[in-house]
Design a binder for this molecule. Structure first.
Ligand SMILES: [Zn+2]
Length: 185
């Protein structure tokens, strides 16, 4: 009988520990701000969503000042990616982080994002933090699609043409595209 009590106590303690480690929700106080370089953007009523390992963790709307709160419970995801979408805004990657400084961090995002460049003045992807698959987006009336035939004979069309990502005539805010992560920013 005493052994069973002992085992149950250990079991309960383990459960509590596991629960404490993996199930603490993170509540972010977020601010969407206009990029000083392009102030034509709306920051009100914009959908902001967080993705972890390509799954949507939570979704919210900004208020009339561009502020929002978003809550989700991290479960060992490799990274947390913040996107926004809304009137006249294609889905933009705002930021990608691997950890949070606290359970209630405050984060500010710019729309469109402030693009970071490396020392060769190549634009860095906010997700993979690399430059080698980043393409500048060109807005064209007639976007060029490049036909690619794979080894197995399948034909696919790629919007990447002569080193740029070809986008249709609706001008969006995204200026770059990462072909590794399939994100616009
Ligand atoms: Zn990338």
């Amino acid at each position: 009988m005493r052994l069973i009590t002992y085992i149950l106590t250990i079991f309960a303690a383990t459960l509590l520990l596991a629960f404490g480690q993996f199930s603490l929700p993170v509540t972010i106080t977020g601010h969407l701000k206009k990029n000083p370089k392009n102030t034509s953007t709306y920051i009100q009523g914009i959908v902001v969503f967080a993705k972890g390992d390509n799954k949507i963790l939570a979704k919210t709307l900004t208020d009339d000042k561009g502020n929002f709160t978003i809550t989700f419970t991290p479960k060992n995801e490799k990274s947390f990616d913040f996107y926004c979408t809304g009137l006249g805004i294609d889905t933009l990657l705002l930021s990608s982080v691997t950890t949070f400084e606290s359970d209630t961090p405050e984060m500010t995002f710019y729309v469109p994002g402030q693009h970071q460049r490396n020392s060769f003045s190549k634009t860095i992807c906010p997700k993979c933090k690399r430059t080698d698959k980043v393409y500048k987006i060109e807005y064209e009336d007639a976007p060029v699609m490049t036909r690619q035939i794979s080894k197995s004979g399948d034909t696919t069309y790629s919007p990447i043409y002569k080193g740029t990502y070809q986008e249709s005539c609706i001008v969006g805010l995204a200026r770059f595209y990462c072909n590794r992560d399939k994100v616009k920013f």
